[in-house]
Design a protein around this ligand. Structure first.
Ligand code: AHR
Length: 502
């Protein structure tokens, strides 16, 4: 089987903004406690943070990190998470039926971010709290000193403001599971009031309004229209969330998940532009894809859920999905989808980072390791530089139950004019066939291959586990060559590939 691809270097999609390589850390399960924070671990630093995890987060190459939730934020009282440790309350976390000790709070997390070299993207609670608490938190974080809340921050040890640039106006407010869930109309009004108040305090912040928790939500499309009708001039971005999983053994549809992500992004962009047209606005609303991943959500719903009035564990094992090769291939194709929409996807957050549906796993008192999904993220983050370029694909297609006819190959490219480096990212969705791909790269002005990485395995369900931590890793693709402006490469079945050229 073969396919012919052409990189369209003449009309770039848009700049690859570093913020699309963001992450997400929620107070959930063993993400913070027994994940990034384990004071008794042999690698722990003076603040109790595992330095082996810090090293892996740096290697992953994450930009802005969204915090502290997720569903958790809709019950979050930010005041609990600051001040002397011994005075911090233990609280029920209703979202995950757990106990939050508040041992790690805003200051500790901000210090951890300095260590990993990432910026904070903060979410405010618009589920059970409102405009005033959001403004208070912003004052605490972004005002230098001389007011009640900024002085409290200084007294709590942070002389300089946190200066947080990006703020999420709540989380998944369209979801019936969300504490304080409300209608698009009610949420839109609250988000507009809150955004206006926050901007009165700091006009320079970027604000993200909640879009849909998924394209399958019954309110999808109309939610965006109504919410943006109330908030269009108040916000900069609207969020999208999407999780994919292999359902009922239908690996063919699962491999085509990026088709859904493509349509999701394009539908939200169209809806936002429609509202802009109705409002005669010249402004464009961008997308913050601030939760995306493979997540075996049905396992959480059917097997893992915690209940019981006397059962509120601290840091239980929750959402600890172990990812396979096929999961990583789908994951890589989702990153291709984000890059294909670089003109409007201004920010994205992989959900999540450590232990909880995460590329990095840890064992208490034991090692930290890379899941299969670690590799497409770290490689794309490192190699996708400059501008994103469309790749025209002429490839055979296959039939899927969920998405109909889908091309077997998908791809995107990037070019960095400054360094002269380019990259091509490719996926082969065929379960059985290797595909010999020729890519016309003549528009890139490249002559040689500098790196190739292909993730594939004879066992598409192979995983990295505590017992076998390095079972899966990408390998160099020896078939790749570039001659007279044409890159030729063989993509094995169910594979994700990155090629760097210069
Ligand atoms: O990432 C896990 C959960 O998924 C988040 O808390 C929530 O926002 C989403 O439903």
């Amino acid at each position: 089987t073969s396919a012919r691809l052409t990189v369209d270097a003449a009309s770039p999609i848009g700049e690859v903004r570093r913020k699309i390589f963001g992450g997400f850390v929620e107070h959930l399960g063993r993400h913070i406690y027994d994940g990034i924070h384990e004071p008794t671990h042999e690698t722990a630093d003076a603040e109790g943070f595992r330095t082996d995890v810090i090293d892996l987060v740096k290697e992953l190459g994450v930009d802005t990190i969204r915090y502290p939730g997720g569903n958790f934020v809709s019950g979050f009282r930010w005041e609990d998470s600051v001040g002397p440790l011994e005075e911090r309350p233990r609280r029920l976390d209703l979202a995950w039926h757990s106990t939050e000790t508040n041992e790690v709070g805003l200051h500790e997390f901000s210090s951890w971010l300095d260590k990993v070299g990432s910026d904070l993207m903060m979410a405010v609670n618009l589920g059970t709290r409102g405009t005033l608490e959001a403004i208070d938190l912003l004052e605490y974080c972004n005002i230098g000193s001389g007011t009640a809340l900024s002085d409290r921050r200084v007294a709590n040890g942070a002389e300089m403001p946190f200066d947080i640039r990006m703020w999420c106006l709540g989380n998944e407010m369209d979801g019936p599971w969300q504490l304080g869930h409300r209608s698009a109309e009610d949420y839109g009004k609250l988000a507009s009031r809150t955004a206006k108040g926050m901007r009165q305090l700091d006009p320079s912040i970027q604000l993200v309004v909640c879009g849909s928790s998924g394209a399958t939500m019954p309110t999808f499309g109309e939610w965006e229209r109504v919410v943006l009708t109330h908030t269009y001039e108040d916000v900069d971005l609207i969020s999208c969330h999407a999780y994919y999983e292999e359902k009922d053994g239908d690996i063919d549809s699962f491999l085509a998940s990026a088709v859904d992500m493509d349509r999701f992004i394009e539908t939200v962009v169209a809806t936002a532009d429609h509202v802009g047209a109705v409002q005669r606005s010249s402004k464009k609303i961008d997308i913050s894809f601030d939760e995306w991943n493979v997540w075996y959500l049905s396992r959480w719903e059917n097997v893992e859920k915690i209940d019981g009035i006397d059962n509120w564990p601290v840091a239980p094992r929750l959402l600890e999905d172990v990812y396979s090769v096929v999961d990583a291939v789908v994951f890589g194709s989702l990153m291709i989808s984000l890059l294909k929409h670089a003109d409007r996807v201004a920010s994205a957050s992989l959900a999540q980072l450590v232990n909880v549906i995460a590329p990095i796993m840890t064992e208490p008192g034991g090692p930290a390791w890379r899941q299969t999904t670690f590799f497409p993220f770290s490689l794309t983050s490192r190699l996708a530089q400059g501008t994103a370029l469309r790749v025209l694909v002429d490839a055979p297609s296959y039939e899927t139950a969920v998405f109909g006819e889908v091309p077997l190959v998908d791809a995107v490219a990037t070019r960095d004019d400054e360094s002269g480096r380019s990259s091509v990212f490719l996926v082969n969705r065929s379960r059985t066939e290797s595909i010999e791909v020729t890519v016309d790269v003549s528009g890139l002005g490249v002559a040689s291959i500098t790196e190739t990485h292909t993730l594939s395995d004879d066992d598409v369900y192979a995983k990295n586990t505590l017992a076998d931590r390095e079972r899966v890793a990408p390998r160099a693709n020896e078939s790749a060559r570039v001659e007279n402006g044409t890159l030729t490469i063989t993509l094995p079945p169910v594979s994700w590939t990155a090629v760097a050229l210069s």
